[in-house]
Design a protein around this ligand. Structure first.
Ligand SMILES: [Fe+2]
Length: 328
């Protein structure tokens, strides 16, 4: 069993690696209890090092779950998902054949459309299907480190435009919905994030684009953007970068949205899978160029940015945009 350096203290926390490049299981701890400060530090250190943490056998109330996760950072509220009235931070994902999950079967990092996406997500299982419903994770720091230096340098220089495009379908059916969409576009204008994001704690670099939110690579032509993204989207599919978590009841999995991506297969349908989700506040992504000012792109209700109709987001290019990666 691998012990982290800080476990030389009296802390009961044990850390055991699960994958070669990603994941560790935390044991020796009862999350119904208030954690001692050294235990919190050890969990945080293990989290940054291993990127995904698994806690088994944690039969917590919602208040205890919120309290535990809140010890790791400030909790955030999802702008679109329906939360519990008395616990606005907590989202219940209760899915079966009548309520299938929304586009979680794509590699993604949570809420990349936000200017300050959450650092971490916690998921606690309460009802698990007999078969299926695993969550697959990929280390995007390992994916970056596996690239040759020429490609690393190329990707370091790029930025990507991100949109809440997966959620647009929730508002597209009615006039009221489209009016709400306009309000949401004002609240959440497109975010330009670096393609290679630097983790503010580990300082590792991670690939940070996703088919769930990324519309296109900024300042290149449409076909160039398409091919660059196609290459980057293959990276989380490399098995050496992956960890697959088989859920059991009362398990908590905590993942780092900066250094990992995840994919939730829908193969448990038509059966039921119930999870409780919390997110921990993050910071504005930055890359090699450093912490620049916020970049936004104003969108219209069709999910296209105002400049894309004239190709102006491809600076210096005159060919009209015909970007197949636009949201719809
Ligand atoms: Fe997710």
């Amino acid at each position: 069993m691998k012990m982290s350096a800080s476990s030389k203290s009296v802390s009961p926390v044990r850390v055991e690696k699960l994958g070669a490049n990603i994941g560790a299981e935390i044991s020796g701890i009862d999350l119904t209890q208030n954690l001692a400060r050294p235990d919190v530090k050890q969990i945080k250190d293990a989290f940054v090092e291993h990127e995904v943490l698994v806690f088994r056998g944690q039969d917590l109330t919602q208040d205890q779950y919120i309290h535990f996760t809140g010890q790791l950072g400030e909790l955030t509220i999802h702008p679109f998902a329906t939360a519990l009235p008395d616990h606005p931070e907590l989202i219940v994902l209760d899915n079966d054949k009548n309520n299938p999950p929304l586009s979680t079967d794509q590699w993604h990092s949570d809420e990349m459309f936000r200017h300050e996406p959450p650092w971490a997500t916690a998921l606690r299982s309460t009802i698990v299907p007999k078969i299926g419903g695993d969550t697959c994770f990929a280390s995007m720091t390992s994916a970056y480190e596996g690239l040759n230096s020429s490609l690393q340098g190329f990707y370091n220089s790029l930025e990507a435009v991100n949109d809440f495009k997966v959620f647009r379908v929730l508002y597209s059916g009615t006039r009221e919905g489209r009016e709400r969409l306009v309000e949401l576009e004002d609240l959440f204008p497109n975010a330009i994030h670096p393609v290679v994001r630097i983790h503010p704690i580990s300082k590792k670099k991670a690939i940070y684009v996703s088919p769930q939110t990324t519309k296109y690579i900024a300042n290149v032509r449409d076909f160039e953007s398409e091919h660059i993204l196609h290459m980057l989207y293959q990276l989380p599919e490399v098995p050496e970068y992956q960890l697959r978590v088989r859920w059991e009841p009362n398990m908590i999995v905590l993942w780092d949205n900066i250094s990992t991506q995840h994919y939730a297969p829908r193969d448990f349908l038509p059966h039921r899978r119930r999870m409780e989700r919390l997110t921990i506040k993050g910071s504005r992504p930055y890359g090699i160029a450093g912490k620049k000012r916020h970049k936004t792109v104003k969108m219209n209700v069709r999910g296209t940015d105002s400049d894309s109709r004239t190709g102006q987001h491809r600076k210096g290019l005159t060919r009209p945009a015909n970007n197949i990666l636009k949201a719809n």
